[in-house]
Design a protein around this ligand. Sequence first.
Ligand code: GTP
Ligand code: MG
Length: 171
Amino acid sequence: GLRKKEVNVLCLGLDNSGKTTIINQLKPSNTPAQEIVPTIGFNIEKFKSSSLSFTVFDMSGQSRYRNLWEHYYKESHAIIFVIDSGDKLRMVVAKEELDTLLNHEDIRSKKLPVLFFANKMDLRDAVSSVKVSQMLSLENIKDKPWNICASNAIKGEGLQEGLDWLQDHIK
Ligand code: GTP
Ligand code: MG
């Protein structure tokens, strides 16, 4: 059959936002479930959708590793940015990291799609995806397709919808 197009996706966001949990849910269910621990540096995961073959760089969100992110901007075709919707205190930190990302010379001029997961929607004090999008000023992103999906990565809710959108917007 036709070979699936190979795409690199960078998964970013603060530590503890749920990036590894999300990527684990998106991997085929026949891969053994691993215990999820804070990522050191980054992990590379591969999985396929109906039309694409994804290589995901699951980066650590810990501040001491965030300087690794930029080394992967050039070769990425899409970004998944994960937010802990229950962590209102660090929403400004998430915004700072997002702004730094969007202003980076290797990202600024690229029209790559950015998918946001407003994750941990199950938490009692989680803010809505609309509120997350306001707190991060996503309406200011004019030169890239973007979308925000509410998710519960533990149950896997909202993830496929996000991935379908990403697949449709990767060039
Ligand atoms: P780093 O690798 O340190 O950058 O963190 P990460 O973004 O990969 O987060 P990780 O996937 O390790 O998840 C952090 C914690 O949040 C874990 O205890 C997860 O079980 C939990 N978690 C992830 N997604 C959800 C969610 O949707 N709801 C709830 N309640 N907890 C979640
Ligand atoms: Mg991780």
